[in-house]
Structure formats: C-alpha cells, structure tokens
Design a protein around this ligand. Structure first.
Ligand code: NAD
Length: 443
C-alpha cells in the first residue's frame, strides 16, 4: 500500500520503517529539514535497537523515502499517518498545535480519497477536530475529496520499539467507517497473521484506551514507590514484597519495580493530560493526581538519600552517575529522573561525572558545556575522583560491577542504587555502604 507518515520521531520513523519492511511504499515527512537530510544520508536521529539496519535496508531498496515536501507526500499516500509530538501545554493538557497543523496541511493538499490515521497520543475528541480541520481546508478551496479519520494509538516502548512494532500485542483501531477499518486491516495484515490482534472500536474509546494504558502503568509504578516509602519506614524490604505480591497472577510481576521515579516523553505528560481532560469534563481524577504527585516526590528521592548520608555537605563533592536516559536501551532523556538529580546536585554545589551508554550526545545537547559536568565514555572513568556512585538507569552493563574495584575507586565507599539492581548484602560485604529504594530502615 502507499503510506505517508507525518513525523519522523520515535513513533513515525519506527512505524514508517516497519511498514516499509513488510513491502509497503512509505514516504515520511518532517518539518525538521536537518533530520530529513540526515535520514537521506543514512543518519538515524535516535537510538533504537535494530532500527538503523532496517531503515538503511528499506531506504536502499527504495521502499522508504524522507522528505520535507508535504504536498508530494500527501499525493503519495492512500493512508496518511499523523505521528507528530503532543507535548504538554502550559496547564498540562496535550498541545495539539502540531497535530492540527498537519491536519491543515492535509486539507490544503488532499487531492484524492485517503484514510487519515492519527497515531499521536491525543485527548478524546481530537479525531473530530482533525476531521473538522481537514474539512474546513477542503471547503476553503472548494474541493470535494472523500476522507476518513481513524484513531490508531501507538503502544510501542522506546528501547523495544522495532520489536513492538513488528510483533504488536494489540493494534487498536478506532473508526466508525467500515471501509476505513478494512483499509487498516489490509495494512496491518502482515502483523496480524498468527492470531487476531486488531481491537476495533469507536474513535473516542480508542483515544481513551491509549491514556488508560499509560495511566495504569504509571499507577503501578507510583503504587510501588508508595509501598517502598512505607517499607523503609517500617524496616521492610520492598524487593521481598515485590516478589511476594507479583506471584499472585491477579497482580503479576511486570511493572511493579520501585525506583527513582518514572520519566520519558509519555507517562508524565499522558497522566497529566488525562487528569486535565477529566477536569475539563467536571471530574476530579484523584488517582491520577496522586500518581503524578508520588512520582514528582520520588524523583527527589536519590538526592534526599545522598544529602542525608553526607549530612548536607555536598559542596565540592563529586558524584559518579551511571545512567542518564529515562530507561535503558534508549538515548531519550525527556523527563528523566537523572535531570532532577543533576539539577539538585549542581544546586548544592556538587560536581557530576556521568556515563550513559547511549545518551551522552543528548546530555551534551541538553546541558551544553558546564564546569560541573563531565560526560565519561565508560562506567569506570565516571568513578575517577568520585566521592560516591549513584545509579539512575538500569542499563544491563551496570548490573554486575566488581564491588571491590568500586570500593577502591570511590573516595567514600557508598552506592546509591536508584533502581534496586544490587543486592544490599553483596555490596555491603565489599565494604561499601548501600542505599536503595525502600530496602529496609533508612528513615
Ligand atoms: P518526537 O518528538 O520524537 O517526534 C515528532 C516529530 O514530528 C519530530 O521529528 C517533529 O519535527 C515532527 N513534526 C512536528 N510537526 C510536524 C509537521 N507539521 N509535519 C511533519 N513533521 C512534524 O515524538 P514521538 O516520541 O515520536 O511521539 C509522537 C507521538 O506519539 C506523541 O503524541 C507521543 O505521545 C506518541 N507516542 C510516543 C511514544 C514513544 O515512546 N515515544 C509511544 C507511543 C506514543
């Protein structure tokens, strides 16, 4: 099929590439000329396992093209995806300016029947706004072109995006048009072969499904962080509790890891946006509000542990920080807990030596040159001259360090483990002090 994708970020680029991989002719449009120019030279703007090879192969085979020319891209697609950003507005609700700008562009250029598919995470009612925007532009130029608007929220996880896209566990399609649903089924047939993954529903339910999924996952995390904070006050180990509750199949083991708070481009903004949507409809979403508040507090947790250990004397100290990305296998630092920690350490007059396997370039872009930050190219070099180690992201390469070497490298033998990846007894046996999240009495 002929597919057009607006936006070459995490969602647009991965979606376009996976659709090309199964034989479709894909044109990806972005307003970021440098990104498009890079993609045409084979420079992939994000780190995502497996993505680079797939983009290069499909680009080489002529199945995917990158352009800034929206007019030709719209002329190409029988299916046109909108996969642009929906960042938080000043009041936390989703900012639809990019989605509606694409809708205007489509309306200004559409010359033949098309299915417009919204993949961006958008508040309930946005498909109606997109439909009205396209229709208004068509009316302005007196064009009578049939089109449908479908909601097809994206559930890929950064770090696993290609895998999730090639083997989705569900494909939510919101539409009231049988012909649009048929087109979507045809497009997704290669991903839907061994069992039915398409969950068809009305547009509004599809839009809410995405927010409900992210809000549920964020709730699980904040719930566990709440339990961890109780655990450390009562002298319990949250990791024991985690195993104890996860074994109940009604609860399950996934997504119940306590830690230094969730980040990323989705959970924080989506929980906030859903809470604002509820409020706009006269409903006070108490759970969502609490999920957000618990997470905001949790992002300060590592700094609190550090400040308490060093009795507030942080000026002039140096901290080795392992992990800057908001989670492993990505270079994405949007809303990452590391950013809260670094800001607090700098505010207290401390220096940071940080290592992240993929996010150094992004950190450089965000923080620029500063005297109190050294970006190190290895975990070991981050330890040089450091007082203590703080683990913020649970990259696999940090899971099994040599604790004797760690002890020898650090001026103060102490580890702050923001993701509970170490066994306290093992760390302590090497002569290091250990702080985790909710692991026995620290308060
Ligand atoms: P992103 O910021 O990585 O990429 C968005 C891209 O859209 C940018 O390259 C930007 O230049 C481009 N863009 C903006 N306006 C444009 C226009 N008028 N025409 C063409 N391109 C334009 O965003 P993302 O992380 O890919 O997220 C996109 C949407 O998908 C958001 O709504 C997000 O909430 C949702 N989502 C993201 C993820 C994720 O893990 N990142 C997962 C599921 C859903």
């Amino acid at each position: 099929m002929r597919v057009t994708v607006f936006g070459t970020g995490y969602v647009g680029l991965v979606t376009g590439t996976c659709l090309a991989e199964v034989g479709n002719q894909v044109v990806c449009v972005d307003i970021d000329a440098a990104k498009v120019e890079g993609l045409n030279r084979g420079v992939i703007p994000i780190y995502e396992p497996g993505l680079e090879d797939m983009v290069l192969a499909n680009h080489g085979a002529g199945r995917i093209a990158f352009t800034t020319d929206a007019t030709s891209a719209i002329a190409h697609g029988e299916i046109i995806f909108i996969a642009v950003g929906t960042p938080p507005d000043e009041d936390g609700s989703a900012d639809l300016q990019y989605v509606l700008a694409v809708a205007r562009t489509i309306g200004q250029n559409l010359g033949k029947r098309a299915v417009i598919v919204n993949k961006s995470t958008v508040p309930v009612g946005t498909a109606d706004k997109v439909r009205a925007t396209v229709a208004a532009e068509l009316a302005k130029r007196g064009a009578d072109v049939p089109f449908e608007v479908v909601s097809n929220p994206e559930f890929l996880k950064e770090g696993d995006a290609v895998k999730d896209c090639m083997r989705p566990d569900r494909i939510v399609v919101g539409s009231s048009s049988p012909s649009a649903l048929e087109a979507m089924k045809r497009l997704y047939a290669p991903f839907n072969r061994n069992h039915e993954r398409i969950v068809a529903m009305d547009v509004r339910s599809a839009e809410l499904t995405k927010y409900a999924a992210n809000a549920m996952l964020a709730t699980k995390i904040s719930f566990m962080n709440e339990m961890a904070n109780i655990a450390e006050r009562v002298g319990a180990d949250i990791e024991m509790v985690r195993h104890g509750i996860g074994s109940d199949p009604r609860i399950g083991y996934s997504f119940i890891y306590p830690g230094a708070g969730y980040g990323g481009s989705c959970f924080p903004k989506d929980v906030q946006a859903l809470e604002r949507t509820a409020r706009q409809h006269g409903y006070h979403a108490q759970i969502l509000e609490a999920v957000e508040a618990v997470n905001d507090r949790q992002k300060h947790k590592l700094f609190e542990l550090i400040a308490r250990h060093f009795r507030g004397e942080l000026r002039g100290r140096t901290f080795a920080v392992w992990g800057l990305a908001f989670k492993p296998n990505t270079d994405d630092m949007r809303e990452a807990s590391s950013r809260t920690l670094l800001a607090q350490l700098w505010e207290a007059g401390a220096q940071v030596r940080a290592h992240d396997p993929e996010a150094s370039e992004e950190a450089q872009r965000i923080f620029g040159e500063r005297a109190d930050l050294v970006l190190c190219d290895s975990a070991a070099s981050a330890l040089k001259g450091a007082d203590a180690l703080v683990v913020v992201t649970e990259w696999k390469k940090f899971l099994n360090p040599d604790f004797d070497q760690l002890k020898a490298a650090l001026k103060h033998p102490v580890v702050f483990d923001g993701r509970n990846i170490y066994e306290p007894a093992e760390v302590e046996a090497a002569g290091l002090a250990y702080y985790g999240i909710g692991r026995g009495r620290t308060i």
